[in-house]
Design a protein around this ligand. Sequence first.
Ligand code: NAP
Ligand code: MG
Length: 495
Amino acid sequence: MAKKFQNFINGKWVDAKSGKTFENRNPANWDEIVGTFPKSGKEDVEEAVKAARNAFDSWRLMPAPKRGDILRKVGDIMVARKEELARQMTREMGKVLAETRGDVQEGIDTAYYAGTEGRRLFGHTVPSELPNKYNMAMRVPIGVAGIVTPWNFPMAIPTWKIFPALLCGNTIVFKPASDTPATATSLVEILLEAGVPEGVVNIVHGGGGEVGMAIVSHPEVDLISFTGSTGVGIKISEVASQTLKRVSLELGGKNAQIVMPDADMDLALEGVLWGAFGTTGQRCTATSRLILHEKIHDDFLKMLVDRVEKLKLGDGLQPGVDVGPCVNEGQQKTTQSYVEIGLQQGATLAAGGEIPSDPNLKKGWFYKPTVFSGVKPDHRIAKEEIFGPVLSVIKTKSLDEGIQILNDTIYGLSSSVYTKDVNGAFRAIRDIKAGITYINAPTIGAEAHMPFGGVKQTGNGHREGGWAVYDFFSEWKTVYIDYSGGLQRAQIDNY
Ligand code: NAP
Ligand code: MG
């Protein structure tokens, strides 16, 4: 029988009040059920928010270094369980073991970073414009944080949000993606084992429209941190604005890698293979456009197609597999429909473009790694996020034109330029409109201690990761202490 999972609300593991459940299956083998999970609703969210609200006062009063100690312990437990967590994640969402290990490692890095931040969490002390007066601004907790996450980084993304939120003294209502509830449950178990008190962390499983929306619209939830698609992000920001919540949105991408004729071609090739087909192209930072200078276009394309055709598709738990399945049937269908759109608009299929016929892959949501050449910058496959193993190759005459093409989307998350020309590299860093630019490295590879996020419709101006995320999860409290013994009026008595 499939393992039965529960919500964790107010310190107890419980079913959905309705008693309803949903199944999660292995995308590499849909006969295999990972588990059954509570299909929760508004009434379950109500309980979770109440618990988080009640727990807030004691949690916010725990000294930040103590909260940091708990998060350091979270990191230690994740180190001990790393392999088991990675295997669970591959079974649940399909990416290969090397990548799920990396996903867990990002959580570990984020935990240790949060641990040290407990002893920093710096504010500012600045001089007053008046004598015998002291000014400071310090960080204070905000309240109940609603956390809504996607399935493609089922451990890393929740940790990016939950660890800094907790360190800053907030309590949590967490709704993970319906495709990765088991990994999310493991994270909650680890938080409890490390000593997070009752009510501080609550997890409610279920659909985005029901559980997610109930969190976003709840008047007692103070802030929302969301990662997912741009469409859902817009909806969330509309609903959250009704109660004037603070909202952080990390949304879609249409990232590109530019290759100049002076680049190291082998390096650029390794970069695009990893960037485009890692996580089966299902990364917000995936390379989905390759902009090749015309001088190297034909040779590079040939090398690329040769390597793409050799990528091994399969169950991510098997050694030697390069590319796992799409996460579910919907994602496989979206990929197929974009392949049809590419062909209709006149692009040339250079590799892949179909569901594999290999009988060993018959029970999974596999799709062949796909390359389109002859893509024009205004083709839909050059503009819209596909979130599958599809790479659109576009030819350019110069670096400046390449940058223009790169910028010509509604998104602005990640970008990459392969060149040995230092002048060109710095121009690209200056002119590319994206939150992240890599030089001589692929569009994927964020490190936990650096700000992460995008511009334009990739987000709403916040950053996760590193020191930047602590701004989002804390409020500034400004304090003036007048020790002059008299009334001193700013802007009046001193001028
Ligand atoms: P999604 O459909 O937007 O879902 C993300 C989360 O939101 C899931 O937990 C989902 O729940 C929930 N949700 C869905 N509809 C909702 C609603 N109406 N109200 C509240 N919550 C709702 O995205 P996805 O397909 O899981 O993930 C892929 C997308 O995420 C891509 O666009 C990708 O670029 C983006 N992404 C961005 C970043 C970044 O940092 N910029 C990182 C990773 C992924 P269910 O699972 O139950 O539907
Ligand atoms: Mg699944």
